[in-house]
Design a protein around this ligand. Structure first.
Ligand SMILES: [Mn+2]
Length: 348
């Protein structure tokens, strides 16, 4: 199971480099990195923050631990609102961008990180990902992503709050032979309202999702409805993703958007009106093909629904954390908690 924990958002401002360094150092120490590796994380994250301040109009740095199969990594996402990079490959290779907009230390950051990826939209913003393992050397994989991620989520609290009432979780059944999980169950939940009271509902929903023996999305939603009775309620959706068959089945109640996104279009999976835990209509499920190269994207109403994959060229080939980060970066609203989860189709 993958779920959010201890996400820290640091908005761009004079103190960003210092606060990013402090938070990154504390996080790496807390999850047990060696002094040497703590120094690497600290250096790279400071460089990322300095880059943001020097070249971007506005933005934020997200720091969080990420656990996969019992191994913990430190993840740093940097999201900015422009000006973006016209030549990403050149910027990483040369350590600077041909347009002089961003990228002074990108090469250095890439060398320090175990996973490095970015997606840039000229004029509209960049999502940069650096992930750090406790020990070197980096694993040898063709894409440089280290362990292959099957899903990623991201939440951002409403302006002025530090706790987010939106949440997500992914449950995977890992095959005994160590290959990629074929079957995933995904939760996207928006606790009514925002901040700590909403987070209490979302935490409870995640706990029910984690512990339920139900397997079908519809049965899991029914269990969530029972378990959330007496709370203020939530909008939520549960999807089952069969990555081998390339098929998504979704049961959603309330204002959660779910799309199968391809490079040039997206198709919505319907949710029905209602409030889970308070008042729920008869549940229905919908299915769609998850074609090679596509991704399932589920998000709360803290992101507007008008974004289009044609405005995000090349994004679906990126690391799922970058996909989630860039869509939130482009479509997120400051006046509500925001949450998104992304499950790319299996690669063929
Ligand atoms: Mn909301």
């Amino acid at each position: 199971m993958t779920e959010p924990e201890d996400v820290v958002w640091l908005r761009a401002g004079d103190a960003l480099a210092a606060s990013a360094r402090r938070e990154a150092t504390a996080l790496a120490r807390r999850v047990g990195f060696t002094d040497r590796r703590i120094a690497d994380v600290s250096l790279a994250v400071t460089e990322i923050a300095t880059n943001l301040l020097r070249h971007a109009e506005d933005g934020a740095i997200v720091l969080r631990p990420s656990r996969t199969d019992g191994r913990v990594e430190v993840e740093c996402l940097c999201l900015d609102t422009g000006p973006g990079m016209a030549d990403v490959a050149g910027a990483v290779r040369d350590g600077h961008s041909s347009t002089g907009t961003l990228g002074i230390g990108l090469g250095a950051i890439e060398r320090l990180a175990d996973t490095f990826d970015l997606h840039s939209l000229p004029g509209r913003g960049t999502a940069l990902l650096a992930r750090f393992r406790a020990e070197r050397p980096r694993p040898a994989t063709a894409d440089g992503w280290g362990s292959r991620p099957v899903a990623a989520g991201l939440t951002r609290p409403i302006s002025g709050e530090t706790v987010c009432g939106d949440t997500w979780a992914v449950r995977a059944v890992a095959p005994a032979d160590g290959s990629e999980p074929g079957l995933l169950t995904v939760l996207m939940c928006d606790g009514l309202g925002h901040g700590p009271l909403a987070a209490r509902v979302s935490d409870r929903a995640r706990q029910i999702f984690r512990e339920t023996a139900a397997e079908q999305p519809r049965d899991i939603v029914s269990q969530l409805h029972e378990g959330l009775r007496g709370s203020r309620g939530a909008a939520l959706a549960v999807a089952e993703v069969d990555r081998r068959a390339g098929r998504v089945t979704l049961c959603g109640i309330g204002n959660i958007s779910a799309f199968v996104v391809e490079h040039d279009r997206r198709s919505a999976l319907l949710s029905h009106p209602g409030i889970v835990g308070v008042q729920m209509p008869t549940t229905r499920t919908y299915s769609a093909d998850l074609t090679p190269g596509s991704a399932l994207v589920m998000h709360s109403d803290g992101l507007h629904q008008r974004w289009s994959p044609t405005d995000l060229p090349g994004l679906l080939t990126r690391h799922p954390s970058v996909i989630a980060g860039q869509i939130l970066n482009q479509a997120g609203l400051r006046r509500d908690d925001a949450g998104i989860v992304v499950v790319p189709a299996a690669r063929r």
